[in-house]
Design a protein around this ligand. Sequence first.
Ligand code: TRP
Length: 332
Amino acid sequence: MSKKRVLSGIQPTSDSFHLGNYLGAVKQWVDLQETHDAFYCIVDLHALTVETDPKLLRKRTLTSAAQLLALGISPEKSTLFVQSQVPQHNQLGWIMECMAGFGEASRMTQFKDKSSKAGADAARVGLFTYPMLMAGDILLYQTNLVPVGEDQRQHIELTRDIAGRFNSKYGETFAIPEGFILKQGAKIFDIQDPTAKMSKSSGSGAGLIDILDTPEVNAKKFKSAVTDAGREVKFDLVEKPGISNLLTIHAALSGKSIADLENEFAGKGYGDFKGAVAEVVVEYFRPIRAHALELLQDEAHLISILHKGSEKARSVAQITVDKAYKNLGIVL
Ligand code: TRP
């Protein structure tokens, strides 16, 4: 039996992935490529929905690629590509826009949040049509499974609705994808404010761990991580959100269980524990950071890896575009 297809995308909107991006998403991508036919896409067209600086977009696209490779996405096992290099995304994106209702698109909570932040006049049309482009990303590859965070659940539902509607109106064209909503344990909180998700857009930066930051910077951040009342290293999300978050991080990277860690640190203070978390994180990312920086030294080589992935993606995507066009009555 052929493998099920997985597709996910990440926006090139930061200079470095943070620990939450890795533990909440990319780590699962790396695991899924072993068992699935995986397509992973750097969604640069989605990044254009807000004001972008051309130099930064270029740099961040390449940095995202280097990090994905260094974190273990293998170009042999997965198809790693850049969205804009596969023009079929724009082609199917338009079809999706023509299938989605204005009302249903207006109900997307992420659009409502982001556009209200930007101010109604500053928000761009592309921000509104973003979910339809995303639906195209997914349906182009006859995707079965879409690993995403909870915040993308509504976009996956919209994709399923559009696909189902298209299929019943124009004939079987798209596989109906399932969301694979990443589990709670993968949720990483800000280490200065453990009630907020680790995120680039919130917090001061002191609570955010960038994987490309130097070991020194990151070790220091962990040593000043916020802890809780009491002195026991115990997992308790209500009473000890700070310690629980640090336990989650340690466990995810060291492979030890939370219970083993609680035993290991029984009777030791928070200071020792934070030092240990710092060390686990820093040593985990030291070789990954070095590898990513090395890949960035040779842009031509990095771009050639992306070109190969994009070429493969185009050939798969074209089959779906042809099918959708034909079913719509477009003369091929
Ligand atoms: N909207 C997603 C996010 O912000 C990124 C994305 C774009 C995506 N296209 C996709 C995710 C297709 C999964 C599948 O996280």
